[in-house]
Design a binder for this molecule. Structure first.
Ligand SMILES: Nc1ncnc2c1ncn2[C@@H]1O[C@H](COP(=O)(O)OP(=O)(O)OP(=O)(O)O)[C@@H](O)[C@H]1O
Ligand SMILES: [Mg+2]
Length: 253
């Protein structure tokens, strides 16, 4: 076939290609780099999420639209908590900071943390969920099973790099209230290294967002972990703390 200029012009016309406005080589290259970068970002997003550590290995999801204030004994408080979580999630689209959700069992802490993660992943930020108790189990198993060590290596890397990290049921690994013990040294080390990597010390700001849900107070957490680590992950700003105290659990209702 003869690809002469006249043929190409005819072909372009037939295909409605405007030959006067073709992209330049630089534009094509830029577009190519943009597409490659966004493909890489999508791959990373999938990898981080799939490195999530779920309780009993069962992934769970929750969205803000499912937050039902009538399910709690104090609906007006439930409404405010839902609103606060939504406002924080919106801010986290552009800013990095940590959030703590504190309160009794079954009051909806994990649900709202999942809703925030779901919202942010929808906006293109990467998300990962880590059940702290399940992570402790993995840390304990790594000496018996070499595949667990490799898995933990990937989990740790994802926990370090992901935009939005949910640390669920943080503190259960320290035992029951009234009988709080320091956490397993290996888990302490892992958490400490992850939290260090998630801080930009030069600019004194957070590298990503960490959302923790816990039944414990900050003081109790300090009995389980090194104080420096807790000071790093636990937000001081009261606006970044969601207090669920006094709300009835809805489990089994
Ligand atoms: N306001 C609500 N609207 C809809 N579902 C809710 C609400 N509050 C709680 N639930 C449901 O109740 C169950 C318990 O909630 P969730 O796991 O979020 O509580 P939690 O505070 O994380 O509890 P725990 O301290 O035991 O981890 C979940 O199935 C959750 O979806
Ligand atoms: Mg929970």
């Amino acid at each position: 076939m003869n690809f002469d200029a006249a043929y190409i012009r005819r072909l372009a016309k037939a295909k409605h290609v405007d030959t006067d406005n073709l992209p330049t080589k630089e534009e094509i290259e830029r577009k190519f780099v943009e597409m490659a970068n966004s493909r890489l970002a999508r791959q990373k997003m999938r990898r981080y999420y799939s490195d999530s550590v779920w309780s009993g290995n069962i992934p769970i999801r929750f969205e803000f639209s499912k937050w039902d204030i009538a399910k709690q004994t104090d609906p007006s408080r439930a409404k405010n908590l839902g609103k606060q979580a939504f406002v924080l999630a919106k801010q986290m689209e552009m800013q990095n900071f940590n959030v703590a959700m504190m309160g009794d069992r079954g009051v909806g802490k994990t649900s709202l943390a999942l809703a925030m993660m779901d919202y942010l992943m929808d906006k293109g930020r990467s998300g990962m969920f880590v059940s702290t108790a399940e992570l402790l189990r993995l840390v304990g198993d790594k000496y018996d099973d070499s595949s667990v060590a490799a898995k933990l290596h990937d989990i740790k890397r994802s926990m370090t790099e992901v935009d939005v990290l949910v640390l669920d049921d943080f503190g259960t690994e320290g035992g029951m209230t009234g009988n709080i013990k320091p956490v397993h040294k290996d888990l302490q080390d892992l958490m400490y290294q992850v939290s260090n990597a998630r801080v930009d010390f030069e600019n004194n700001q957070s590298r990503g967002c960490t959302i923790i849900t816990t039944n414990n107070t900050k003081q109790q957490l300090k009995q389980m972990y090194e104080g420096k680590f807790i000071d790093r992950v636990f937000p001081n700003n009261p606006k970044h703390q969601l207090l669920f105290e006094g709300m009835k659990g809805v489990r089994n209702v």
